[in-house]
Design a protein around this ligand. Structure first.
Ligand SMILES: *[C@@H]1O[C@H](CO)[C@@H](O)[C@H](O)[C@H]1NC(C)=O
Ligand SMILES: *[C@@H]1O[C@H](CO)[C@@H](O)[C@H](O)[C@H]1NC(C)=O
Length: 218
């Protein structure tokens, strides 16, 4: 139906480089389906076409994610249509051992093109805040022993343990990590594909406790 309309418009009136998405946005703006901006790009922010969402997609998502899973920090912005129940909104930070750090900010909204606005990641604060957590990370297992202690930084005031599946563009792998996080990371949804800068997480367990004060190490 949408495609047919698109084809008709294209063949009858469009010989110029009009953005078909924007035209559809104008035509379908009232009712039928939601229109979101869709794009994916390295860095903070991207601009893309206005895209009519599928029937089950009632929400526009913007997520700016940063992680150091590939060695260097990778930042990426994704804007897309999504179902409300799969949309996670908020700002999270998780740091585990070996300098592994993940940060993201995302927002969900439900009006046409409401995800045109840019989001920016809060600056990474590397100053210790006097709290500490056991830290470890492991692939291929749903357990890891946090024998190493990590000094928490910035606003990370929770000790977190997450496990689930992680897919960084290859085969999905089980993973488990412990470390410091913001309180917001403790309410990450389970059993949902969470995307952040090239990595898809599907968490089956998240547990948190308040981070205790750091003790002097000798
Ligand atoms: C960074 O984190 C430390 C420890 O929590 C805090 O004292 C400091 O104010 C933060 N700096 C900024 C710029 O937010
Ligand atoms: C962690 O914090 C404690 C207490 O503030 C300090 O004694 C220790 O040197 C810190 N460890 C590292 C690796 O920075």
């Amino acid at each position: 139906m949408r495609q047919q309309l698109g084809r008709d418009l294209a063949s009858h009136s469009m010989k110029t480089l009009v953005n078909l998405g924007l035209l559809l946005a104008a035509l379908l703006g009232k009712g039928s389906c939601l229109i979101c901006e869709t794009c994916i790009s390295p860095g903070e922010g991207c601009t893309g076409l206005a895209h009519p969402c599928r029937m089950n997609e009632d929400t526009c998502l913007t997520i700016v994610g940063m992680n150091s899973l590939g060695g260097d920090d990778t930042t990426e912005t994704l804007k897309t249509c999504i179902a409300a129940e799969d949309c996670y909104s908020g700002s999270i930070s998780v740091t585990t051992n070996a300098g592994l750090h993940l940060q993201s900010i995302s927002s969900c909204c439900q009006d046409d093109l409401c995800n045109r606005w840019e989001l920016t990641l809060p600056p990474t604060n590397l100053t210790s805040n006097g709290l500490q957590c056991p830290a470890c990370s492991v692939f291929g297992s749903s357990h890891c022993k946090g024998t190493e202690m990590l000094n928490c930084t910035g606003t990370d005031n929770r000790c977190i343990m997450v496990s689930g599946m992680l897919n960084a563009g290859g085969l999905p792998s089980t993973f488990t990590a412990r470390g410091c996080s913001t309180e917001t990371a403790c309410s990450l949804p389970l059993g949902t594909a969470l995307y952040s800068a090239g990595v898809i997480f599907n968490l089956d367990k998240v547990s948190c406790s308040p981070a205790p004060k750091a003790t002097e190490s000798h």
